[in-house]
Design a protein around this ligand. Structure first.
Ligand code: CNA
Length: 287
């Protein structure tokens, strides 16, 4: 992808990465993902011009787009966030081939961890166990009262959120906020698992993210220099865009589903993935 290698070091290819996964030379794979893995499920990302959420927030009358995830603005007016929560609440959308591919990596015992910025819960729905996930920007699966800090399950808020009612704490009447990390809030403790995961990773797959949000974005630089990094994304981002790529950086540009399909073909995992998606799909339908 990046042309010839530097010196006599050969530039790695998607084929090389597939071979190493297939032969189980890579078995501590870390995945970093963002909104781009869920756009094929119908959920808009933030920054894609035209369809991205930031371009479509006019209906919420926000002073500026990012205010929807700012804690001070939330205390002033929680309605826009809850309108968005209604849209993104788990159950409205279904995982796509990309999520099931990561689930397959886990089933094969080759996933060390998935670090996701997404808050749509599609990783859990695809059957990736919560302990394999670092939901760096939080989750709708749990919630906390903004006043007395009482914890709730996301399910307990579902009816209110779906009816457009702001969920209130039965104990203190404070607003209950889903455990989504807002700008100005600390990342979940779980995020710091990266300190032990990244140094032992043997492959990093980055998919569907602009790598613009810190500190998440910097994780792409936290693997050892000898570790292969594969980007599957519409455009070059983060260290893949800086022009000094490592010989073991590979970028598969274009639609994430097409990129993952190509990798899956090379791996010879097509049938297994289809079975997994069919079973997952049926389970979702049964709900
Ligand atoms: P982003 O900044 O919107 O970037 C998305 C990236 O994915 C861009 O580089 C796009 O070009 C790329 N992309 C979009 N669709 C595709 C596709 N089909 N194939 C290949 N590439 C594609 O999103 P980030 O996740 O990087 O930004 C971090 C924010 C976005 C986090 O705080 C998230 O909480 C937040 N977010 C999450 C969701 C969700 O949970 N699904 C939706 C929207 C925003």
């Amino acid at each position: 992808m990046f042309g010839g290698g530097r010196g006599n070091v050969r530039q790695q290819t998607l084929e090389d990465i597939a071979e190493n996964i297939r032969e189980r030379k890579f078995k501590r794979i870390v995945v970093m993902a963002g909104a781009g893995i869920s756009t094929p499920s119908g959920i808009p990302d933030f920054r894609t011009p035209g369809s991205g959420l930031y371009d479509n927030l006019q209906q919420y009358n926000l002073p500026y787009a990012e205010a929807i995830f700012e804690i001070n603005y939330f205390h002033h007016n929680p309605n826009p966030f809850f309108a968005l929560a209604k849209e993104l609440y788990p159950g409205n959308y279904q995982p796509n081939l990309t999520h099931y591919f990561i689930r397959l990596l886990h089933d094969k015992g080759q996933l060390l961890r998935m670090y996701t910025q997404n808050i749509d819960g599609l990783e859990r729905m695809a059957g990736i166990p919560p302990k394999m996930l670092v939901e760096a920007h939080g989750t709708f699966a749990t919630a906390t009262c903004t006043v007395c800090r009482q914890n709730y399950k996301g399910e307990e808020l579902r009816n209110d959120i779906m009816e457009g009612t702001i969920p209130k704490c039965p104990t203190c009447k404070g607003i209950i906020k889903p455990d989504i990390v807002f700008f100005g809030e600390e990342l979940p403790q779980q995020f710091f698992t990266y300190l032990t995961d990244f140094p032992i990773a043997d492959l990093l797959i980055v998919m569907g993210t602009s790598l613009e949000v810190e500190p998440f974005a910097s994780l792409a630089g936290a693997v050892r220099g000898s570790v292969s990094r594969l980007l599957i994304n519409r455009d070059l981002v983060g260290p893949f865009a800086w022009g000094s790529q490592r010989h073991n950086d590979v970028a598969e540009l274009g639609d994430v589903v097409s990129g993952v399909k190509k990798l899956v073909e090379l791996l010879g995992w097509k049938q297994e993935l289809e079975v997994l998606m069919n079973v997952g799909g049926e389970r979702v339908m049964e709900k």
